[in-house]
Write a protein that binds this ligand. Structure first.
Ligand SMILES: [Zn+2]
Length: 285
């Protein structure tokens, strides 16, 4: 429903007055204000142009409110955004240990999406180029460390604290965890989210350190003037062989999550993110 169609009646105004008098609700999570596909008419306001069918963009406004455009509640496999979950869980440890990995395209029977491999990667390069195998190898090390130090139950609890919102009921509390494999880094439909849900997760205070790390790792040191970090990802869709695209990013003030529907890839996602947020570019890798 557009704003023009909102009924403007006396009871509504009275209810609004009562709500304002009561102050902000602390328990209820307000729904994102959804402006459908209409860009704001104020110059410089976002998104810079209308969304297309199937696209969903959730973003924070300057005052911190969340605003949504298009299909912001459509849940889909999250693709490489899953690497941000690992960064949230292990980013500190992996940065302190100076993790390195040699990606030759194959590790323990798993293939990297880049057939010939990414070569030598550190955490920044693995995140920027989305090397699945580096993340899996490092995750395996971390899980072994946790199991040795804390045992199975605490290891699982630690994983659940970050991953449960994204695997939902695909992992039952009483069932064993799925084996570590590509699904844990976003290849498959184990981990899913929507633009609005992922934006809300990114904005939670618990993710403050993750946002700082993403900024450090995803903005190349040779372009320090770049304001936005962006994490792209592609994910499978129900249409066999087809993918959709995700982009999450922040300039330190505003944070946004964009999902593009079936048939759109990483490069299109990045270009569209630039376009909708009015960022010069795109700097397609
Ligand atoms: Zn790789």
């Amino acid at each position: 429903m557009s704003r023009r169609e909102l009924p403007c009646t006396l009871p509504l105004l009275l209810a609004l007055g009562l709500l304002l008098a009561a102050g902000p609700a602390r328990c209820a999570r307000p729904a994102a204000e959804n402006s459908q596909n209409s860009p704001a008419e104020v110059p410089g306001a976002l998104p810079a142009e209308p969304l297309r069918a199937g696209e969903g963009l959730a973003l924070t406004l300057a005052d911190g409110r969340i605003q949504g455009f298009g299909d912001i509640q459509r849940v889909a496999p999250m693709g490489s955004l899953a690497k941000l979950l690992w960064l949230r869980l292990e980013g500190d440890a992996w940065m302190n240990q100076g993790m390195e990995f040699q990606c030759r395209g194959l590790w323990r029977g798993f293939h990297c999406w880049k057939r010939d491999g990414h070569g030598a990667v550190d955490l920044a390069k693995a995140l920027q180029q989305s090397c699945n195998l580096a993340f899996l190898a490092w995750a395996e090390e971390s899980l072994q460390r946790d199991r040795r130090q804390f045992g199975e139950d605490l290891t699982r609890a630690r994983l659940e604290a970050v991953f449960q919102p994204f695997w939902g009921d695909r992992v039952r509390p009483e069932a064993p965890l799925p084996m570590l494999g590509p699904a844990w880094v976003g290849d498959g439909d184990l981990l899913q989210t929507s633009p609005e849900a992922f934006l809300r997760w990114l904005l939670a205070p618990a993710q403050a350190q993750l946002l700082a790390q993403a900024r450090r790792l995803l903005i190349p040191s040779h372009v320090p003037e770049r304001r936005w970090w962006m994490k792209t990802g592609t994910a499978p869709t129900r249409h066999r062989g087809s993918t959709c695209a995700w982009v999450a990013g922040s300039d330190g003030t505003r944070t946004a999550v964009l999902h593009l529907p079936t048939g759109r890839g990483k490069a299109e996602g990045l270009a569209r993110f630039h376009q909708l947020l009015g960022i010069p570019g795109p700097e397609v890798p």
